[in-house]
Write a protein that binds this ligand. Structure first.
Ligand code: SF4
Length: 335
């Protein structure tokens, strides 16, 4: 299907081939930068997509050019019918991937293999058990760490997502990179981003430049190799010469990558977000349940997509609580 009449191509010519689907607003962790301390008001079950609706909406996107689907949450694996959803989506001609906190991932290895899932992103913000407990408000560090190692042994491509927060885990950057010495893992340092209820502050954000400075303080420059980024990649990729794994930086705050954005999102209550930072959403679930064609709604939402960060195209704008505060909390977007 040519770009011009593809409903998933926006006014900047960006073709959207990657759909991130949040399966649930629930999670078995309570990460401080994701879930407001007081928790969130969960949508009533009847407002959430059931597995057939997830499949039907996903298939509509695939029919129009989506080639990759990532399942997120909350924590996608806490959803009771997660195996059913995985198997149904695995029947679509797409690359299926998942982002999980790995607390219960050990119970899904066979299902992942059956569904052809190879790429698994795991959230882990500290290698220190006490700090893990502090940021997640749960005491599951060893279980998560052991599950990550098991996923690598089982041959999955594991990316480890660490949200860096100044004064909390920026002093672990080198420890994380040293994990790549003997493990075939990709460590991704994520700049702390503003979402509803996460008490974001630019002063807590560890910038791309600051992370690189940490790296060059610990490794000779010639040992730090800049490796090729994949098309549409959100991360800037590096490798320490001779190490098995690699590391990367996702700099949505200080060095955004919106020019090559190919991502759309679907929330657990069936709302389409044309950008992670956009506060505007399009309800696909209600019209679907009314038997209406959802393609025109999808097309309208894609045509309405702004060039950068939902319109917060400068750092000054991103810093404005009256702008970034309109968006949902991360737990109900799924990253
Ligand atoms: S901020 Fe929005 S436009 Fe930019 S890369 Fe992320 S989703 Fe795409």
């Amino acid at each position: 299907m040519s770009a011009t009449n593809n409903i998933l191509t926006d006014t900047f010519g960006r073709e959207h081939t990657y759909l991130r689907i949040s399966l649930t607003e629930r999670c078995n962790l309570r990460c401080t930068y994701c879930m407001p301390a007081e928790g969130i008001e969960l949508s009533p079950k009847s407002h959430l997509m059931n597995f057939e609706e997830i499949y039907t909406i996903a298939k509509t996107f695939v029919d129009h050019g989506v080639t990759k689907i990532r399942l997120t949450g909350g924590e996608p694996l806490v959803r009771k019918d997660a195996p059913v959803i995985l198997k149904k989506l695995a029947s679509l001609p797409v690359e299926l991937a998942i982002t999980t906190n790995a607390v219960s991932v050990d119970r899904f290895i066979d299902t992942f293999k059956e569904c052809g899932i190879k790429n698994i992103n795991v959230s882990l913000d500290s290698l220190v058990s006490a700090k893990f407990k502090e940021v997640t408000r749960r005491d599951y560090f060893q279980r998560v760490y052991d599950n990550i190692m098991m996923l690598i042994e089982e041959g999955f491509n594991v990316k480890l997502n660490a949200v860096l927060m100044k004064g909390f885990n920026d002093n672990e950057i080198i420890d994380f990179i040293n994990l790549t010495k003997t493990h075939r893992i990709n460590i991704r340092f994520i700049e702390f981003m503003p979402f509803d209820g996460n008490k974001w502050d630019m002063d807590k954000t560890v910038s791309y430049k600051e992370i690189i400075k940490y790296v060059y303080k610990s490794f000779p420059q010639e040992k730090v190799l800049r490796i090729a980024d994949a098309p549409n990649d959100t991360s800037k990729n590096y490798k320490i010469d001779g190490y098995q794994g690699s590391f990367a930086i996702i700099s949505s705050v200080t060095n955004p990558f919106c020019d090559s954005c190919n991502r759309l999102r679907l929330t657990a209550n069936g709302r389409m977000k044309n950008c992670l930072f956009s506060a505007s959403e399009s309800d696909l679930l209600t019209p679907l349940r009314e038997g209406k064609n959802i393609e025109p709604i999808i097309q309208k939402a894609v045509q309405a997509k702004l060039k950068m960060r939902g319109g917060m195209d400068t750092l000054e704008k991103l810093k404005k609580p009256e702008l970034h505060g309109k968006n949902r909390s991360m737990i109900t977007i799924g990253g």
